[in-house]
Design a protein around this ligand. Structure first.
Ligand SMILES: Cc1cc2nc3c(=O)[nH]c(=O)nc-3n(C[C@H](O)[C@H](O)[C@H](O)COP(=O)(O)O)c2cc1C
Length: 210
């Protein structure tokens, strides 16, 4: 109980002491955002670039845009936030994206230490049809992030940014690209706030949270 109140007070103090969202998180470092994606015909890649544009709108951010298979351990662990995008394949994420998530363990050994814990996570998707799996794709990605104790956020849409690319759609439009930028911007804002919040907490409280 005492600890709960203490934590509450510290969090409040942290929020009040925070500079405006978007300012440098620690005064000497930047917010690092990794935008990882799979794309065969370029649609999800376009959305990834728009997400990155949104991240860059926030001062003191650095963004790395990578295909899922090319992400290095250094890039994964240096990131304060990971935004992961997939085309819809059979109403769910592409196998390449799932393989990347599985590699968090097989290649990068995140368990049992939960090495991605407290990183901000978000998702985006492109799908051929209006209602054929984009939301489930984003939710599946977010579920994997939650399983890694990440702090998931939405933006640009209830579950992240998405675009319809086939059928009657003329392809990705400006509104969909704008939703991707909005997602990137929100991820960078939240990642900054989270990083500052943890830095302001005294080490003992921080260790209780881990
Ligand atoms: C194997 C396969 C399965 C697909 N399944 C779906 C699906 O279930 N629902 C959907 O809306 N689109 C589906 N699509 C269409 C893609 O999601 C869509 O074209 C997407 O924008 C492709 O992204 P990319 O250009 O980044 O590769 C499928 C495409 C492929 C190749």
């Amino acid at each position: 109980m005492v600890w709960t109140w203490r934590l509450l007070l510290l969090c409040t103090a942290g929020i009040l002491a925070c500079p405006a969202i978007g300012a440098s998180a620690d005064g000497h470092g930047n917010i690092q955002v990794l935008v990882a994606y799979h794309s065969l015909s370029g649609n999800t890649e376009r959305m990834a670039e728009a997400v990155a544009e949104g991240v860059r709108m926030v001062p003191h951010t650095q963004v790395v845009v990578r295909r899922v298979g090319k992400v290095t351990a250094e890039e994964l662990f240096a990131a304060d936030a990971i935004v992961l995008g997939s085309p819809v394949y059979w109403s769910n994420m592409a196998g390449e994206v799932k393989a990347f998530i599985d590699d968090w363990q097989f290649k990068f050994g995140v368990f049992p230490d939960f090495k991605l814990k407290n990183k901000v996570g978000a998702a985006f998707a492109t799908g051929g049809q209006i209602s054929s799996g984009k939301e489930l794709t984003m939710l599946s990605i977010l579920a994997a992030m939650l399983g890694n104790y990440m702090i998931t956020v939405s933006g640009g849409g209830a579950f992240g940014a998405s675009a319809t690319t086939e059928g009657n759609s003329p392809g990705i439009d400006e509104q969909e690209l704008s939703s991707a930028r909005e997602l990137g911007r929100r991820v960078a804002d939240v990642a900054g706030a989270v990083k500052r919040g943890f830095e302001l907490q005294e080490p003992l409280v921080r260790s209780n949270l881990r």
